[in-house]
Ligand binder design. Structure first.
Ligand SMILES: C[S@@+](CC[C@H](N)C(=O)[O-])C[C@H]1O[C@@H](n2cnc3c(N)ncnc32)[C@H](O)[C@@H]1O
Length: 239
């Protein structure tokens, strides 16, 4: 999903109106798509990043040695009250064990009137980048559990979660990105790495079923090169 989160990052950063001198927190930084955008805008010393995955923490540390990056979850942030001017969670809220607790923690560590901003793919509305994948998987297996039931994936979800976390003046919007794939393999191969729910599902299939899923996906896509446009729900609120 990194290819989609790279163009998403500047849109989320714009939403929070980050400006020179701001100190910001990237929660659930993963391999660093948003971290890189924040470093580009503010410099590494102004950016702090966290993720529960040791390998992602190591990846961001290697990529941006000047960024303070550590291992923890949104639900338990090891920072003092009002440490940051803004806190972000790009494509993370739907993976939090307790999204309201995670957002409440983000609000706690953000200064009064600072911005908390988050976005989640529109999996429930069919606008996410994995729609074709999960539709094809559902044709092969009616019991398949896609990502459409996760928190934040439908219109209004993020607003409710932000308000429940005590954020003020919450505004919801839509962020849209387009990514060109030069070949079908460029689109398919990342699923075989086992990352995220779609990747785990792919690598868990018997080889014959995996080949069938691959073929259905190929049939559902236009001839390469092709462009996939994906939509995410985004929300911002004041701490
Ligand atoms: C889809 S990735 C997004 C990574 C990155 N923000 C981006 O946009 O590319 C989801 C990330 O959320 C992290 N994550 C999962 N549960 C979390 C939690 N409770 N708190 C913080 N991060 C979490 C995962 O380790 C993973 O790095």
């Amino acid at each position: 999903m990194g290819r989609y989160s790279v163009p998403l990052a500047p849109l989320l950063a714009d939403l929070a109106e980050v400006a020179a001198g701001h100190r910001v927190l990237d929660v659930g930084c993963g391999p660093g798509a948003l971290t890189s955008e924040l470093v580009r805008r503010l410099g590494p010393a102004s950016v702090t990043a966290v993720d529960p995955s040791e390998s992602f923490v190591a990846a961001v540390h290697e990529r941006h040695p000047g960024v303070d990056v550590s291992r923890c979850s949104a639900e338990q942030l090891p920072f003092e009250v009002e440490t940051f001017d803004a806190a972000f969670a790009q494509l993370v809220v739907h993976f939090m064990a307790d999204p309201v607790a995670g957002l409440r923690e983000m609000a706690r560590v953000t200064r009064t009137d600072g911005v908390v901003a988050a976005c989640v793919w529109d999996h429930a509305g069919g606008g996410g980048p994995l729609k074709l994948f999960w539709d094809a998987a559902g044709e092969l297996d009616r019991e398949v559990v896609d990502e459409s039931q996760l928190a934040g994936t439908r219109e209004g979800d993020l607003t409710q979660l932000f308000q429940a976390a005590g954020l003020r003046e919450v505004e919801e919007s839509v962020l849209s990105v387009s990514v060109e794939h030069p070949s079908f393999e460029d689109w398919w191969d990342p699923f075989t790495l086992g990352v995220g729910p779609a990747g785990s599902y792919t690598v868990g299939l018997e080889p014959a079923l995996r080949a069938e899923l691959r073929e259905r996906c190929r049939e559902g896509l236009p001839p390469a090169p092709f462009v996939v446009t994906a939509r995410a729900w985004a929300a911002r609120g004041l701490a």
